[in-house]
Ligand binder design. Sequence first.
Ligand SMILES: [Zn+2]
Ligand SMILES: [Zn+2]
Length: 339
Amino acid sequence: MTSTRVARVSSPKGPFEVIDRELDDPGPNEVRVAIHASGICHTDSLIKEGTMPGGTFPTIPGHEVAGVIDAIGLGVVGWHAGQRVGVGWFGGSCKACEACRRGDFINCSGLRAPGVDFDGGYADHMLAHVDALALIPEAISCAEAAPLLCAGVTTFGGLRASGARAGDRVAVHGVGGLGHLGVQFAARMGCETVAIARGRQKEQLARELGAHHYIDSEAEDFAEALLRLGGADVILSTVTDARAMSASFRGLAPRGRLMVLGLTSQAITVSPGRLIVSNRSIIGYVSGTAMDSQDTLNFSALTGVRPIIETMPLERINEGYERMMSGDARFRVVLTPSE
Ligand SMILES: [Zn+2]
Ligand SMILES: [Zn+2]
Protein backbone atom coordinates (compact mmCIF):
# COMPACT_ATOMS: atom_id res chain seq x y z
CA MET A 1 0.00 0.00 0.00
CA THR A 2 1.08 3.54 -0.71
CA SER A 3 0.59 5.52 2.44
CA THR A 4 0.00 9.18 3.13
CA ARG A 5 -0.23 11.26 6.30
CA VAL A 6 -3.34 12.95 7.66
CA ALA A 7 -3.85 15.05 10.80
CA ARG A 8 -7.01 13.70 12.35
CA VAL A 9 -9.14 14.71 15.33
CA SER A 10 -10.83 11.62 16.83
CA SER A 11 -13.30 13.25 19.22
CA PRO A 12 -14.59 16.75 20.09
CA LYS A 13 -11.85 18.94 21.62
CA GLY A 14 -9.30 16.16 21.09
CA PRO A 15 -5.79 16.84 19.78
CA PHE A 16 -4.65 16.41 16.18
CA GLU A 17 -3.03 13.02 15.60
CA VAL A 18 -0.77 12.71 12.57
CA ILE A 19 -1.24 9.16 11.28
CA ASP A 20 -0.44 7.16 8.16
CA ARG A 21 -3.20 5.77 6.06
CA GLU A 22 -3.74 4.37 2.59
CA LEU A 23 -3.59 6.82 -0.31
CA ASP A 24 -6.99 6.87 -2.04
CA ASP A 25 -7.59 7.24 -5.76
CA PRO A 26 -9.96 10.00 -6.89
CA GLY A 27 -13.56 9.04 -7.67
CA PRO A 28 -15.60 10.23 -10.67
CA ASN A 29 -15.28 14.00 -11.21
CA GLU A 30 -12.64 14.23 -8.50
CA VAL A 31 -8.93 14.97 -8.51
CA ARG A 32 -6.30 14.13 -5.94
CA VAL A 33 -4.22 17.06 -4.75
CA ALA A 34 -0.69 16.65 -3.40
CA ILE A 35 -0.87 19.34 -0.73
CA HIS A 36 1.94 21.88 -0.48
CA ALA A 37 0.24 24.33 1.86
CA SER A 38 -2.75 24.29 4.18
CA GLY A 39 -3.85 27.36 6.16
CA ILE A 40 -5.31 27.12 9.65
CA CYS A 41 -8.56 29.10 9.76
CA HIS A 42 -10.49 30.03 12.90
CA THR A 43 -13.57 28.26 11.50
CA ASP A 44 -11.67 24.98 11.82
CA SER A 45 -11.93 25.39 15.59
CA LEU A 46 -15.70 24.85 15.34
CA ILE A 47 -15.03 21.56 13.57
CA LYS A 48 -12.32 20.50 16.04
CA GLU A 49 -14.35 21.46 19.11
CA GLY A 50 -17.44 19.68 17.75
CA THR A 51 -19.75 22.70 17.52
CA MET A 52 -20.02 22.80 13.71
CA PRO A 53 -23.52 21.75 12.56
CA GLY A 54 -23.24 18.56 10.51
CA GLY A 55 -19.72 17.81 11.73
CA THR A 56 -18.78 14.22 12.61
CA PHE A 57 -15.72 12.49 14.12
CA PRO A 58 -13.08 11.47 13.32
CA THR A 59 -12.48 14.53 11.17
CA ILE A 60 -9.66 16.01 9.09
CA PRO A 61 -10.24 19.79 8.90
CA GLY A 62 -8.48 22.20 6.55
CA HIS A 63 -10.13 24.42 3.94
CA GLU A 64 -7.28 26.68 2.78
CA VAL A 65 -5.58 24.08 0.65
CA ALA A 66 -3.06 24.64 -2.13
CA GLY A 67 -1.13 22.01 -4.04
CA VAL A 68 -0.64 20.15 -7.27
CA ILE A 69 -3.03 17.74 -8.98
CA ASP A 70 -1.38 14.32 -8.95
CA ALA A 71 -4.26 12.05 -10.07
CA ILE A 72 -7.46 12.50 -12.08
CA GLY A 73 -10.76 10.63 -11.67
CA LEU A 74 -13.14 9.41 -14.35
CA GLY A 75 -15.03 12.07 -16.26
CA VAL A 76 -12.81 15.00 -15.26
CA VAL A 77 -12.73 17.61 -18.02
CA GLY A 78 -10.49 20.67 -18.16
CA TRP A 79 -8.03 19.71 -15.40
CA HIS A 80 -4.86 17.69 -15.61
CA ALA A 81 -2.04 16.37 -13.44
CA GLY A 82 0.61 18.97 -12.63
CA GLN A 83 -1.73 21.96 -12.37
CA ARG A 84 -1.49 24.03 -9.19
CA VAL A 85 -4.92 24.30 -7.60
CA GLY A 86 -6.58 25.54 -4.44
CA VAL A 87 -9.61 24.37 -2.45
CA GLY A 88 -11.47 26.64 -0.03
CA TRP A 89 -14.64 26.27 2.06
CA PHE A 90 -16.72 25.64 -1.09
CA GLY A 91 -16.30 21.90 -1.68
CA GLY A 92 -19.12 21.47 -4.20
CA SER A 93 -22.88 21.94 -4.48
CA CYS A 94 -25.82 19.62 -5.16
CA LYS A 95 -27.01 21.28 -8.42
CA ALA A 96 -30.59 20.27 -7.54
CA CYS A 97 -31.76 22.61 -4.76
CA GLU A 98 -33.51 25.88 -5.51
CA ALA A 99 -30.41 28.02 -4.84
CA CYS A 100 -28.31 25.83 -7.17
CA ARG A 101 -31.00 25.95 -9.85
CA ARG A 102 -30.75 29.76 -9.65
CA GLY A 103 -26.97 29.53 -10.03
CA ASP A 104 -26.38 30.65 -6.42
CA PHE A 105 -24.08 27.74 -5.59
CA ILE A 106 -22.58 29.13 -2.37
CA ASN A 107 -26.09 29.07 -0.85
CA CYS A 108 -26.69 25.43 -1.82
CA SER A 109 -28.70 23.70 0.92
CA GLY A 110 -26.43 20.69 0.52
CA LEU A 111 -23.15 22.61 0.26
CA ARG A 112 -20.17 20.33 0.85
CA ALA A 113 -17.30 21.66 2.95
CA PRO A 114 -13.86 20.23 3.74
CA GLY A 115 -13.61 18.85 7.26
CA VAL A 116 -17.39 18.62 7.54
CA ASP A 117 -18.61 16.60 4.55
CA PHE A 118 -15.30 15.17 3.35
CA ASP A 119 -11.68 15.01 4.49
CA GLY A 120 -9.97 18.40 4.42
CA GLY A 121 -6.44 19.60 3.86
CA TYR A 122 -4.52 18.92 7.07
CA ALA A 123 -2.85 16.09 5.20
CA ASP A 124 -0.32 15.23 2.52
CA HIS A 125 -3.12 14.58 0.00
CA MET A 126 -6.79 15.29 -0.40
CA LEU A 127 -9.54 14.37 -2.82
CA ALA A 128 -11.61 17.23 -4.20
CA HIS A 129 -14.54 17.53 -6.59
CA VAL A 130 -13.64 19.54 -9.69
CA ASP A 131 -16.29 22.12 -8.73
CA ALA A 132 -14.10 23.01 -5.74
CA LEU A 133 -10.95 23.79 -7.73
CA ALA A 134 -9.44 27.23 -8.24
CA LEU A 135 -6.44 27.58 -10.53
CA ILE A 136 -3.47 29.25 -8.81
CA PRO A 137 -1.67 31.85 -10.98
CA GLU A 138 2.09 31.46 -11.42
CA ALA A 139 2.97 34.61 -9.48
CA ILE A 140 1.59 33.19 -6.22
CA SER A 141 3.25 30.41 -4.22
CA CYS A 142 1.17 27.64 -2.66
CA ALA A 143 1.92 28.94 0.86
CA GLU A 144 0.69 32.42 -0.12
CA ALA A 145 -2.31 31.04 -2.01
CA ALA A 146 -3.62 28.99 0.93
CA PRO A 147 -4.94 31.85 3.12
CA LEU A 148 -6.34 33.60 0.05
CA LEU A 149 -8.68 30.62 -0.42
CA CYS A 150 -10.71 31.42 2.70
CA ALA A 151 -9.53 34.57 4.51
CA GLY A 152 -8.84 36.11 1.09
CA VAL A 153 -12.01 35.17 -0.75
CA THR A 154 -14.08 36.20 2.26
CA THR A 155 -12.62 39.71 2.43
CA PHE A 156 -12.28 40.24 -1.34
CA GLY A 157 -15.75 38.81 -1.96
CA GLY A 158 -17.18 40.74 0.98
CA LEU A 159 -15.86 43.98 -0.47
CA ARG A 160 -17.23 43.18 -3.92
CA ALA A 161 -20.60 42.26 -2.39
CA SER A 162 -20.63 45.50 -0.37
CA GLY A 163 -20.91 47.55 -3.53
CA ALA A 164 -17.88 49.66 -2.51
CA ARG A 165 -16.72 51.77 -5.45
CA ALA A 166 -13.44 53.51 -6.20
CA GLY A 167 -13.10 56.49 -3.88
CA ASP A 168 -15.53 55.16 -1.26
CA ARG A 169 -14.40 55.21 2.35
CA VAL A 170 -13.97 51.63 3.59
CA ALA A 171 -13.15 50.84 7.20
CA VAL A 172 -11.62 47.46 7.97
CA HIS A 173 -12.40 46.59 11.58
CA GLY A 174 -9.74 44.26 13.00
CA VAL A 175 -6.27 43.78 11.54
CA GLY A 176 -5.76 40.02 11.91
CA GLY A 177 -6.01 36.99 9.63
CA LEU A 178 -8.91 38.48 7.65
CA GLY A 179 -8.36 42.16 8.29
CA HIS A 180 -4.76 42.37 7.08
CA LEU A 181 -6.02 41.09 3.73
CA GLY A 182 -9.12 43.31 3.82
CA VAL A 183 -6.93 46.42 4.19
CA GLN A 184 -4.84 45.41 1.16
CA PHE A 185 -7.89 44.60 -0.99
CA ALA A 186 -9.74 47.80 -0.09
CA ALA A 187 -6.68 49.95 -0.84
CA ARG A 188 -5.95 48.13 -4.15
CA MET A 189 -9.59 48.50 -5.18
CA GLY A 190 -9.14 52.26 -4.97
CA CYS A 191 -11.00 52.89 -1.73
CA GLU A 192 -10.03 55.36 0.98
CA THR A 193 -9.04 52.74 3.51
CA VAL A 194 -9.33 53.05 7.28
CA ALA A 195 -7.81 50.36 9.50
CA ILE A 196 -9.27 49.99 13.00
CA ALA A 197 -7.51 47.89 15.64
CA ARG A 198 -6.78 47.90 19.37
CA GLY A 199 -3.58 49.66 20.36
CA ARG A 200 -0.88 51.23 18.23
CA GLN A 201 1.18 48.09 17.54
CA LYS A 202 -0.51 47.38 14.21
CA GLU A 203 -0.53 50.95 12.91
CA GLN A 204 2.72 50.88 10.97
CA LEU A 205 1.91 47.53 9.39
CA ALA A 206 -1.64 48.65 8.50
CA ARG A 207 -0.22 51.71 6.76
CA GLU A 208 2.35 49.58 4.92
CA LEU A 209 -0.51 47.34 3.76
CA GLY A 210 -2.20 50.38 2.26
CA ALA A 211 -4.36 51.96 4.98
CA HIS A 212 -4.73 55.72 4.55
CA HIS A 213 -5.94 56.17 8.14
CA TYR A 214 -5.51 54.24 11.35
CA ILE A 215 -7.83 54.36 14.36
CA ASP A 216 -6.79 52.93 17.73
CA SER A 217 -10.07 51.64 19.19
CA GLU A 218 -8.59 51.53 22.71
CA ALA A 219 -7.56 55.17 22.68
CA GLU A 220 -10.80 56.70 21.43
CA ASP A 221 -14.42 56.15 20.40
CA PHE A 222 -13.65 54.66 16.99
CA ALA A 223 -17.14 55.22 15.56
CA GLU A 224 -16.80 58.89 16.44
CA ALA A 225 -13.38 58.94 14.76
CA LEU A 226 -14.93 57.41 11.63
CA LEU A 227 -17.61 60.08 11.60
CA ARG A 228 -14.92 62.77 11.83
CA LEU A 229 -13.48 61.33 8.61
CA GLY A 230 -16.95 61.65 7.06
CA GLY A 231 -18.35 58.23 7.99
CA ALA A 232 -17.67 54.88 6.37
CA ASP A 233 -19.53 53.84 3.23
CA VAL A 234 -18.60 50.28 4.16
CA ILE A 235 -17.31 48.74 7.36
CA LEU A 236 -15.73 45.34 6.75
CA SER A 237 -16.15 43.75 10.15
CA THR A 238 -13.57 41.01 10.71
CA VAL A 239 -13.67 41.04 14.51
CA THR A 240 -15.46 38.23 16.38
CA ASP A 241 -16.78 40.50 19.15
CA ALA A 242 -20.43 41.35 18.49
CA ARG A 243 -20.33 44.30 20.91
CA ALA A 244 -17.51 45.86 18.89
CA MET A 245 -19.49 45.20 15.69
CA SER A 246 -22.55 46.88 17.23
CA ALA A 247 -20.46 49.86 18.33
CA SER A 248 -19.00 50.30 14.84
CA PHE A 249 -22.44 50.76 13.27
CA ARG A 250 -22.62 54.38 14.44
CA GLY A 251 -19.56 55.16 12.27
CA LEU A 252 -21.42 54.51 9.00
CA ALA A 253 -22.18 57.26 6.50
CA PRO A 254 -25.72 57.54 5.06
CA ARG A 255 -26.48 54.34 3.07
CA GLY A 256 -23.45 52.78 4.76
CA ARG A 257 -23.22 49.00 4.95
CA LEU A 258 -21.82 46.96 7.81
CA MET A 259 -20.42 43.81 6.19
CA VAL A 260 -20.24 41.08 8.83
CA LEU A 261 -17.48 38.52 8.23
CA GLY A 262 -16.40 37.59 11.77
CA LEU A 263 -18.17 34.49 13.03
CA THR A 264 -19.65 34.60 16.52
CA SER A 265 -22.83 33.38 18.18
CA GLN A 266 -23.26 36.64 20.12
CA ALA A 267 -25.95 39.08 19.00
CA ILE A 268 -25.38 42.35 17.18
CA THR A 269 -27.58 45.01 18.73
CA VAL A 270 -28.57 48.01 16.68
CA SER A 271 -31.74 50.03 17.15
CA PRO A 272 -34.20 50.08 14.24
CA GLY A 273 -33.88 53.86 14.32
CA ARG A 274 -30.19 53.67 13.46
CA LEU A 275 -30.97 51.29 10.59
CA ILE A 276 -33.85 53.33 9.24
CA VAL A 277 -32.46 56.83 9.47
CA SER A 278 -30.05 57.35 6.55
CA ASN A 279 -30.84 53.90 5.07
CA ARG A 280 -28.06 51.95 6.70
CA SER A 281 -27.81 48.17 6.55
CA ILE A 282 -26.12 45.11 8.04
CA ILE A 283 -25.12 42.42 5.54
CA GLY A 284 -23.67 38.96 6.14
CA TYR A 285 -21.22 37.42 3.75
CA VAL A 286 -20.21 33.76 3.61
CA SER A 287 -17.07 33.01 1.62
CA GLY A 288 -17.40 32.28 -2.11
CA THR A 289 -17.32 29.60 -4.77
CA ALA A 290 -14.21 28.24 -6.45
CA MET A 291 -14.48 30.90 -9.17
CA ASP A 292 -14.61 33.61 -6.48
CA SER A 293 -11.42 32.06 -5.08
CA GLN A 294 -9.84 32.15 -8.52
CA ASP A 295 -10.85 35.81 -8.91
CA THR A 296 -9.27 36.53 -5.52
CA LEU A 297 -6.03 34.80 -6.51
CA ASN A 298 -5.90 36.58 -9.87
CA PHE A 299 -6.59 40.00 -8.32
CA SER A 300 -3.87 39.32 -5.75
CA ALA A 301 -1.41 38.34 -8.48
CA LEU A 302 -2.30 41.48 -10.42
CA THR A 303 -2.07 43.97 -7.57
CA GLY A 304 0.50 42.44 -5.19
CA VAL A 305 -1.87 41.51 -2.35
CA ARG A 306 -0.20 38.82 -0.23
CA PRO A 307 -1.01 37.27 3.13
CA ILE A 308 1.51 37.50 5.96
CA ILE A 309 2.18 33.92 7.02
CA GLU A 310 4.11 31.67 9.37
CA THR A 311 4.81 28.23 7.94
CA MET A 312 5.09 24.98 9.87
CA PRO A 313 5.43 21.32 8.92
CA LEU A 314 2.32 19.13 9.22
CA GLU A 315 3.67 17.29 12.26
CA ARG A 316 3.60 20.54 14.27
CA ILE A 317 -0.12 21.03 13.69
CA ASN A 318 -1.06 21.14 17.39
CA GLU A 319 1.41 23.97 17.95
CA GLY A 320 0.19 25.78 14.83
CA TYR A 321 -3.42 25.45 15.93
CA GLU A 322 -2.60 26.88 19.37
CA ARG A 323 -0.81 29.83 17.78
CA MET A 324 -3.87 30.56 15.66
CA MET A 325 -6.24 30.24 18.66
CA SER A 326 -4.09 32.43 20.93
CA GLY A 327 -4.03 35.23 18.36
CA ASP A 328 -0.21 35.30 18.54
CA ALA A 329 0.30 34.23 14.92
CA ARG A 330 1.23 36.84 12.31
CA PHE A 331 -1.25 36.43 10.67
CA ARG A 332 -1.96 33.05 9.22
CA VAL A 333 -0.32 29.78 10.20
CA VAL A 334 0.20 27.68 7.08
CA LEU A 335 1.10 24.00 7.27
CA THR A 336 3.48 22.81 4.57
CA PRO A 337 2.92 19.05 4.28
CA SER A 338 5.02 18.06 1.28
CA GLU A 339 6.86 21.17 0.15
ZN1 LIG B 1 -12.03 29.60 6.82
ZN1 LIG C 1 -27.74 22.83 -4.10
